[in-house]
Design a protein around this ligand. Sequence first.
Ligand code: 13P
Ligand code: 13P
Ligand code: MG
Ligand code: MG
Length: 373
Amino acid sequence: MAKKASAVIKQKPVTISVIKADIGGYVGHSASHPDILTLARELLVKAKAAGTVADFHVSNCGDDLELIMTHWLGNDSKVIHGLAWDVFTAGTELAKKMKLYGAGQDMLADSFCGNVKGMGPGVAEMTFVERKSEPIVVFCGDKCAPGAWNYPLYKMFADPFNTIGLVIDPSMHDGFKFEVHDIHAGRDMFLSCPEQMYDLLVLIGSPENYIIKNVYTKQGEIAAASSTQKLALIAGKYVGKDDPVCIVRGQSGLPAIGEILEPFSFPHIVSGWMRGSHYGPLMPVSVPQATPSRFDGPPRVIALGFQVNEGALVGPRDMFDDPSFDLARQQANEIGEMLRRHGPFEPHRLGLKDMEYTTLPQVLDKLVGKPKK
Ligand code: 13P
Ligand code: 13P
Ligand code: MG
Ligand code: MG
């Protein structure tokens, strides 16, 4: 009888919620203060003891605090989003007391209204029944924007030059479906690969406008989920850059962990460096090296690997803490140097349309107001 009950519990879908916010930087925008991380851990230890979350891991990429939580309450749970909001609120209070930089930067609303989406924090969530073995990777970025995952997600799930499994693994040979979010129109589109590969690229090649939200198998199983909130659009002015997070499941019919990490061997160029106003290469780094310093960058990405076991997060393994990514880091430094030499010139600086959400409009207003001589 007891055996039967545990088999039922195993089939219960588990939810992984990665909810993040920049609630204050130490020093400037370069990292999170250890006391803030400790406070977040203490609060989540309590939530675990109370049974609200099954397990959790607290991390940071630069000045972004990431709460990685497993639970049984499904996506968009008011309880889990409320918990994250409370942790960020308590963290903001401490950050203000410590006079950390930009304390409460991503906390746009005064009070919690049921779901943190649209309130400032970024969210990536997925719910699934655990397979016999459930490896996942959580990616967290700093000094970049949600579209930063378009290139790597495309490589992982649609490019056979990255993912040989698409060619030689019969369980992946059919390809994957991409859910793409049109951030200006606020609508979602589904594109199937390889059949609609060119259509997909028309959209996601413009990561400031179209963002891959989820990736599914052709059978409808969730494979990847990213955060798509755009703080600049939420707030209507520059408040921070919605540094994104992403969850990817691996192996057994999905890309192998090595295929999931492989796209980051190329430090592709993303927007979000210095004042959210510059393009720069996305440098894959270990957690201790996720401290963007040079010109507040270059942009960083960390990869936390876990084996999920009946809701427990076994890990993390710090996946980019590996010499095989040294060349990517070196190339990121070289590309970063090349771009930096452009100073205030495009294409290092963002195009004018994207600068609308920064502090540039105030400068332009002043100029327009000046009488002609
Ligand atoms: P799986 O089919 O078990 O995921 O193995 C593929 C693999 O790990 C090759 O690197
Ligand atoms: P964050 O969005 O990571 O706080 O960075 C602000 C910035 O652009 C610093 O140059
Ligand atoms: Mg910041
Ligand atoms: Mg940040």
